[in-house]
Each structure stands twice: as structure tokens, then as C-alpha cells.
Design a protein around this ligand. Structure first.
Ligand SMILES: [Ca+2]
Ligand SMILES: [Ca+2]
Length: 562
């Protein structure tokens, strides 16, 4: 009997994997062309005839290149076109066709309907659904996409989303090749030209939801807007699946699937004897969710349970404040939060049901804590506070109004105890990198970096304890720091004043917080100081310049140009 069951199970698994492996592929043609390219006008009609004859087999995107002549459609988004040109090798003549990334690349006379049919016959490991709609004011396009693996797949996987205009018709040819009709012209890649990373390994049933939008710009006819999306391995360039968008609603992969999206209430370090976690849940299933039981435990200890009630439709989410509980901290701690049931039933997709937060018991630091913040382009979302162990706010700041501003404040703590710093982002997307490049650091005169980051979501928390040390020198050793010119392309000049002899260090950090260069000037004399440092070895971009004199630190944003 056991053998029969095993055989039946094996047959079932084999049958399932056969079904999984047979997802129908849609082939993607990426075609590079231009309105002033003579050969493009010769070959494009033949390409278009094949595409028009195979609408269910091949999706397509056209990139209007910056060469050989004039093309107004390129000028509407030269960056995204250039990124795609570069991705496919950077130097080729137009017209140029790329089929499924690495299946064919070359002149369009090198492929035909058979090329499409042969690729179409290869099954895909993804099911891809794409939906788009215009905002009520018709000034933005919204995209919802679900990429579900139907077979095991791994690699440098990326979801690419292109907003297109299906047909742009000119009454007078815009370029010199006399073409007047342009099909599936790429308007914008979302969220940008490198797309959105997927997990590097997915098994059948794993899926990812992408939501994005684009504020329309330079659109010829909004009735022609559409979206083409594809899943591509950025290393091999192979495209695993492509899809045209539909205005019909997307079908969620599961009926009952709640996702634990985010959690908070505790940071990278903690020193209070209570914890009050929160979680954000999102309904990703097709059935409404009315109850959810969340369980959580610290360091594998007693499990606590909380039942939420409400009503969530597809993709609606809720924040749940879990009851405060007393805790005993280890040096290293793990808070595990997981979904136990949804609508009284088991959740059908468990891979998004558990969140684990790891954090340390806060260390004892010196009395002086410096907060450095460079705001992003949405400074109005940024607020912060520092609380003592009674929950009293002792310092707070924000929201801010100036983008790219550098805020630096130093606090001296004279009372012993546990302090908790919380940085909040009202947009829930941190201060990097979707809306400019912000960054923050929390530094201590003894312990160095207490916390730092940029892409922290809704909240970043760091804690420390003050042990009542005294005699901390709060006199600012470094004053009047000036950096010029800024932006700088060749040589950067620094001027500053030292109030006493100090070891001085100048560090240049990239926006991920990595120190890319450090200069040391031991035993620098008191008084006015000047330095000239070459910057031409650095790639153009934004950097942070930090000048440290003993324990005192000043930071400036540095813009290096070509
Ligand atoms: Ca789930
Ligand atoms: Ca933000």
C-alpha cells in the first residue's frame, strides 16, 4: 500500500511538473530604428507585416535611436533608449532586431516568421499578467503586473515594463526617411531602464507583484497607450516571458493569500524592556480577507497571538499594532512574526507569511550623539524623534521642506538610561533612491556609527544606552568647513579651521555609504587649513564628503561631474 501511494505521489508530481513546464511563451521583439534611417524605411514594413500577422505570438517594442539623424521620438526619452542600446552591446547600426534577448540579434533580414515560430514553441517558466489604466484626470498611466513562476527558474531575473504608444501617425514625416507611421514606440521604462529585480531563485508557484505609474509626458495620443512587459535575465539577456497589457482585471494567483509586507516597532538595536511590534498585511488573494491571526515570539520564547478583523479587497493593506509585551533581551535577538490563519483557514501561499527581525541589545555609548541627514526630493515625508526609556520625546525634527539639504545636529545626553531614535518616512519608501538620494547617519563620539541608512522603508530605529560618563569635550574642534567648487570635476578645495591640534581625516563616501577614498592628516596644527584634492578618478555622481577632526565630524554633499 505504501508503495502504491508513493507511486501515485510520484506520478502526480511528474504530471504536475509537465503541466508547469507547458506555459505558453509570448516572444518579444525589441527593434531599434530611427525616423532618419533610410534602410529602416526599407525593412520596417516587412517587420511590421510579420508582427501584424502574429499578434498572439509576438509582443514588440521599438526604440527610436539617437542616430543616424533626427528623430523627435528619441528626443522625448533618449536616456531609456540609450540604456537599452548599451545593454545590447552599444555599437550597432539600425535597423537592428533583438528577439527574446539572446535568441537573435542583428539586421532584420536575419530573421523571419520561422524564427518567431521556433522560439514560440519553447515553453516559458513564467505566467505574466499585465494590466494598465489611466488616472481619472488622464495624466498618468498605472501598471499592475503579476509574474508567477510556473517552473523552477533562477538567474539575474528582472521585470521590465515599457509604456508604449501603439501607433504614432504623422501627417508630415518627422525625419528624412519619409516614414509617417511608427508602431509600439517606447515612451518610458518603469520604474527605470534596469527594471525591477525578482528573487534570484523561484520555484513553481512563487510570484511577484509589480505596481508602477508614469506621469504622462510627450504622448501623441493617449488612446494609443499600452504596456509591454517581460521577464529577462540581465546576465544571459534571455527573455523568459513577455506580455502585452490588458485593460481587464488581473487574476490573483491564489484565492486566500495574505502577505506580511513590513514590520516595525523595533530597530537594529534595542534597550527597552517592552516591545510593541507592528506589521503591515496586504491581501494578495482573490477573496476578501476579514480576519487574520498573527503570531509572534522573541528568541523562540512564548508565542503570542493577535487576531485582526476588518475587510481587505485585493491589494488592500492594513497596519496592525500588536499588543505590547515585556521582553528579556539577549545580546543578539530575533523577533519572528508570522501569519497563522486567514479567514479561519490556512493561507495558500506561505512564502510571504513570515517576517524575522534581528537586532542587538543596545550598547553603551558616549554622551554625545550626532544626527546627520541629507534630505531626498520628498523631505516633507521625513520626521524623527529621540525618546528616553519613559517614552518621553527628548528631541525631534522634521518634516523638512528643502530637497538635498544637509542637517546636522549634536545632542548631549546627561541622564543615564535607554534612548531610542526613530526616523520615519510618511511615504513608506525611505529616503533613497526613487526620489533623489538622501542618507542619514547617527554617530557617537565614542562608539562611532550607531546607525545609518537610506532605503529603510517606513521607519528606522536605533537605540543606545548612556552610562553616565562625563567630561566629554563638546567644543567643536572643526569649524567653518568650506568645499569649492561644488559641483567639481577636477580638483576640490577644502578650507576649515581647527580650534586645537587634531588628527584630521577626509573621507569620500558613495551613496551606498561605502568609503571610496580616505586621506589622513595626522597631527594637523590649530588654525586655518586648506587642502586641494583631485577628484577626476571618481565616476560622476553624488558623494558624501566627511571631514573628521578627532571625534568631531562634518559632512557635505559632493557633486562630481565629468
Ligand atoms: Ca500568504
Ligand atoms: Ca520617502
Amino acid at each position: 500500500m505504501k508503495h502504491i501511494l508513493t507511486l501515485a505521489a510520484a506520478l502526480f508530481i511528474a504530471a504536475s511538473s509537465v503541466i508547469y513546464a507547458q506555459t505558453q511563451r509570448m516572444v518579444l521583439l525589441e527593434h531599434f530604428t530611427q525616423a532618419s534611417c533610410g534602410p529602416c524605411a526599407t525593412y520596417n514594413p516587412g517587420v511590421q507585416a510579420i508582427l501584424a500577422a502574429n499578434p498572439d505570438k509576438v509582443a514588440y517594442v521599438k526604440y527610436q535611436t539617437s542616430w543616424p539623424g533626427y528623430d523627435p521620438m528619441n528626443l522625448h526619452n533618449p536616456q531609456d533608449v540609450a540604456a537599452r542600446v548599451s545593454f545590447y552591446g552599444g555599437s550597432f547600426g539600425v535597423p537592428y532586431s533583438v528577439i527574446d534577448g539572446n535568441v537573435f540579434a542583428g539586421h532584420p533580414n536575419g530573421w523571419n516568421t520561422t524564427t518567431i515560430n521556433n522560439r514560440y514553441a519553447v515553453s516559458s517558466p513564467f505566467d505574466l499578467q499585465v494590466q494598465h489604466w489611466l488616472s481619472p484626470a488622464q495624466d498618468s498611466i498605472h501598471v499592475l503586473l503579476i509574474a508567477k513562476a510556473t517552473a523552477p527558474v533562477s538567474g539575474n531575473l528582472t521585470i521590465m515594463v515599457a509604456v508604449i504608444e501603439k501607433l504614432i501617425q504623422f501627417t508630415v514625416a518627422p525625419g528624412t526617411n519619409l516614414e509617417k507611421n511608427f508602431y509600439h514606440v517606447m515612451k518610458k521604462l518603469l520604474p527605470g531602464p534596469i527594471g525591477t529585480a525578482l528573487p534570484s531563485s523561484m520555484t513553481a508557484g512563487d510570484y511577484v507583484i509589480y505596481q508602477g505609474s508614469w506621469k504622462l509626458a510627450n504622448v501623441y495620443n493617449i488612446n494609443q497607450l499600452g504596456v509591454v512587459a517581460w521577464v529577462q535575465d540581465r546576465s544571459s539577456r534571455e527573455i523568459h516571458q513577455a506580455a502585452n497589457s490588458d485593460t481587464l482585471d488581473i487574476v490573483p494567483p491564489y484565492t486566500t493569500d495574505l502577505a506580511m509586507r513590513r514590520s516595525g516597532g523595533v530597530g537594529t538595536s534595542w534597550c527597552q524592556d517592552v516591545l510593541k511590534p507592528w506589521v503591515t498585511i496586504r491581501n494578495q488573494g482573490s477573496l476578501p480577507v476579514t480576519t487574520a491571526e498573527i503570531r509572534y515570539s522573541l528568541n523562540g520564547g512564548p508565542v503570542q497571538s493577535h487576531t485582526w478583523t476588518g475587510n481587505l479587497g485585493f491589494l488592500e493593506q492594513a497596519n496592525i499594532e500588536l499588543p505590547q509585551s515585556s521582553i528579556t533581551l539577549d545580546v543578539q535577538n530575533h523577533l519572528k512574526l508570522y501569519l497563522h490563519s486567514v479567514n479561519g483557514q490556512p493561507d495558500l501561499y506561505a512564502r510571504n507569511d513570515t517576517l524575522v527581525r534581528s537586532f542587538y541589545a543596545a550598547s553603551q555609548v558616549g554622551a554625545q550623539v550626532t544626527f546627520i541627514l541629507m534630505t531626498d526630493n520628498k523631505p516633507q515625508e521625513t520626521t524623527w524623534d529621540i525618546k528616553d526609556d519613559q517614552g518621553n520625546i527628548v528631541y525631534s525634527g522634521g518634516p523638512y521642506s528643502q530637497s538635498g539639504a544637509l542637517i546636522q545636529q549634536t545632542f548631549t545626553f546627561t541622564e543615564e538610561g535607554c534612548y531610542t531614535f526613530t526616523l520615519r518616512d510618511a511615504g513608506g519608501d525611505g529616503i533613497c533612491c526613487g526620489n533623489g538620494y538622501g542618507v542619514y547617519q547617527l554617530l557617537n563620539n565614542n562608539a562611532g556609527v550607531i546607525g545609518e541608512g537610506d532605503n529603510f522603508g517606513a521607519e528606522a530605529i536605533h537605540a543606545w544606552t548612556i552610562g553616565g560618563s562625563s567630561g566629554i569635550d563638546t567644543w567643536q574642534a572643526l569649524q567653518n568647513l568650506e568645499v569649492y567648487p561644488n559641483p567639481v570635476s577636477d580638483v576640490m578645495h577644502l578650507a576649515y579651521y581647527l580650534t586645537r591640534p587634531q588628527d584630521v581625516k577626509v573621507g569620500i563616501m558613495d551613496m551606498s555609504g561605502r568609503t571610496v577614498k580616505e586621506y589622513a592628516y595626522p597631527s594637523t596644527q590649530a588654525g586655518s587649513q586648506q587642502l586641494s584634492l583631485p577628484v577626476h578618478e571618481f565616476a560622476p555622481g553624488l558623494y558624501l564628503l566627511q571631514v573628521r577632526a578627532g571625534d568631531y565630524l562634518q559632512t557635505r554633499k559632493l557633486h562630481i561631474t565629468d
